[in-house]
Design a binder for this molecule. Structure first.
Ligand code: HEM
Length: 329
């Protein structure tokens, strides 16, 4: 089954984006250690397990083929390239690294992870705010010029403004989050699930969470998560939705939400975060040393233009960051 349609000129566009992002990363931090170019502020690096507990038959492929429990590391982050107060409008990200075998973490994290890990990267919100690679060239250009809003509202002709994309982003950045363990996260882009294209969703589950209010601390998201996990565990259901009608559920445009009436989400696993203390220097160092990318996969190939550019960008940018910081040779 053909799941992707690659437009002419995309390869060149990906090179343009990559060159621009590398330059931004190097110009931003000409000396000293280098942070993540985006999703810079980590709230914490946590331990978890993912239990695959017999999802529906039609989704039993790859990681979801048979029951099992896997060790995971999870990095929670804000989406911005700046470290800013948690009260500022921002995307909230979760990056899950699933260890696929019994090797030690230390054996699989710092060399080629291929075959050892499955990473699943998600953000709050079901849709991304850029349709395709060609548009991402423009977004990168405006960002590099320090005028990101012009990507949405550039020029004098309102008929050419990107209102739809602005609404997609607004849905994520204006969500009033008080506890990162009680919100939903979506993969937004699609991945191969056997013969299908599918999207992931993470939905809080388990016992009712302790109630926390947003507060004036610049790092209240880390603090509420630490307080939550000091007194009780947290869990999420991992769900998958597969594409049923390609015209209405495009792979090449992640700003389009796939209608759950056309194809519902089904639970395939449970992510369990035990009681733990993660707000310490050792976990913070690990959060900055790791590389999470949709390219760390065995069976679930990232699909669509936005994922194709991500495949090029994450490996190059994380290698730059990790070499600069002495994590890789
Ligand atoms: C063209 C689109 C995108 C580009 C160019 C992009 C680029 C990046 C880059 C450069 C990083 C930092 C990588 C590193 O230093 O290790 C990053 C991190 C991240 N991205 Fe994306 N991204 C894109 C789309 C998305 C989408 C659609 C999602 C999920 C819905 C997402 C979720 C994340 C998350 C959660 C992280 C943090 C990973 C970590 O904790 O290490 N990104 N992205």
């Amino acid at each position: 089954m053909t799941l992707e349609t690659v437009p002419a000129g995309e390869e060149q566009d990906i090179k343009t984006i990559l060159a621009s992002l590398k330059q931004t990363a190097e110009n931003g931090e000409p000396t000293g250690s280098m942070g993540h170019l985006v999703h810079r502020k980590a709230h914490g690096l946590l331990e978890a397990t993912l239990t695959i507990d017999g999802g529906p038959e039609h989704l039993r492929f790859g990681l979801f083929e048979r029951p099992g429990t896997y060790q995971c590391l999870i990095r929670f982050s804000n989406g911005s390239g700046k470290v800013q107060k948690d009260s500022a409008p921002d995307v909230r990200g979760v990056a899950i690294k699933v260890k696929l075998n019994d090797r030690d973490w230390s054996d699989v994290l710092y060399e080629n992870e291929t075959g050892n890990t499955q990473d699943i990267l998600m953000s709050n919100g079901k849709v991304f705010f850029v349709r395709d690679v060609a548009d991402y060239v423009e977004f990168t250009r405006q960002n590099a010029n320090g005028t990101p809003l012009k990507f949405f509202f550039g020029g004098y002709n309102p008929f050419r403004w990107r209102f739809h994309e602005a609404m997609c982003l607004a849905g994520s950045i204006f969500e009033a989050v008080s506890n990162l363990l009680t919100i939903r996260y979506g993969s937004q882009t699609a991945f191969q699930i056997g013969p299908y294209a599918g999207k992931f969703l993470l939905v809080p589950s388990g016992q009712p969470a302790p109630q926390f209010k947003r507060n004036t601390s610049p790092n209240f998201l880390r603090e509420t998560m630490a307080n939550h996990l000091m007194i009780q565990p947290a869990s999420f259901d991992l769900l998958i939705q597969v594409q049923s009608l390609p015209d209405k559920m495009p792979v090449e445009d992640p700003t389009v939400e796939w209608d759950e009436k056309l194809s519902p989400f089904y639970k395939v696993g449970t992510l369990h975060l035990p009681v733990q203390q993660f707000d310490n220097a050792r976990c913070d160092k690990l959060a900055e040393s790791l590389s999470f990318t949709p390219g760390h996969t065995v069976h679930h190939r990232p699909l669509g233009g936005i994922n194709r550019v991500r495949m090029a960008v994450y490996s190059a940018l994380s290698a730059l960051r990790r070499r600069r910081n002495g994590v890789l040779k």
